[in-house]
Design a protein around this ligand. Sequence first.
Ligand code: 2M8
Length: 402
Amino acid sequence: MDVTRATAVLDANWLGTSTVPSRALYPHQWSWDSAFIAIGLRHRSPARARRELVTLFSAQWPDGRVPHIVFDPATPPEAYFPGPGFWRAGRTSGIVQAPVHARAVLAVHEAEPDRAFLAELYPKLVAWHEYLRGKRDFGGHGLAAIVHPWESGMDNSPAWDGPLSRVPPAAGFVRRDLEHGHAADRPSDEDYGRYVRLAADYRDSDYTDGGAFVVEDPGFNALLADAELALAEIAERLGLPSDAHREAAARVAKALQETLWHNGFFFARDVRTGSLTPQYTCAGLLPLVLPDLAVAPALLATATGPRFGLGRVHGVPSYDLTAPDFDPGRYWRGPSWFNIGWLVRQGLLHHGEHALAERLRTDLLETAAATDFAEYCDPLTGTGHGTRSFSWTAAVTLDLAQ
Ligand code: 2M8
């Protein structure tokens, strides 16, 4: 029943060669959304899951970056801001999102083996990871830096408050998101002004220089290390050498540990000041996706402690439940997101926490169905927030229901 409804959500959000996260709020193709969508869609239509990823990679830039948005030419430009006219980068935006694609490509292949699909995507994934580990190593010690909060996928995470405070907000633009979402569930106007200023500055540097916001995010880098492990498996299935990918994964994981681990948690680092941002956010839990994480017991203790309440709340809160500015309804400043729940569950399975993983799985399935596949939910009550019929919530349901 829930599987039927989740499938219907993905069918309704399918554009013909890719899936929108949400018809109204996000009417184009988004990079990491498509990876999670493919992971769910593979159980219903492996062919469509392959198409989703092939479409995304058809928009890859010559330098290897995979853009965070691929604009749908049939959608009116005023439907989403900032649109193609703002980015001036053809049919894409110019920033990126977390590299969950190799994991998705491998998962889709496992659902229905297709050597041609793997062979087509492999060199593109190699170029993508090389871009991140090379051109994005602004800090110079082996981590990929993000140059915009949108790149983290966790737009208004409290961890960005410090670095963002250096960015003067832009004015003179119209927020399209507020036509489809409640203002209390979305980032503030001031934050939006800073996002627009940063994106415009990056665009004006021809998408090369990091500006005022250059940050090493533990979530982004954990997913990069995991992506290299997935790429090693893809290489092996193609009969190609895989050592370089495993070594790259180990280097990123080592840098993550040496640079971002502090007092039992992973924090983001502001490259411009060299300091760790002090907020406990769900990005710091994502290194659990790495099977060889020596500090997993300490990280699990934080995850199950009062800050995240894992097992006692709905999903995985995006922000510290004990922080004075924790907000259960506002976007990435408290609510639980279903893709993060899916990733943390993978981590729990890697680290032998089977009972907790099962509790999380059941809760994610129940909450997704009860909220009509909400974009995010209140961790304390399970109430849905944001848009409904949200694609990755439906996709995660399809995968967890297997
Ligand atoms: C949100 O981000 C976009 C900008 O990229 C937005 O607010 O308009 C985030 O939740 C992000 O993680 C997600 O990929 C995107 C589309 O679902 O929406």
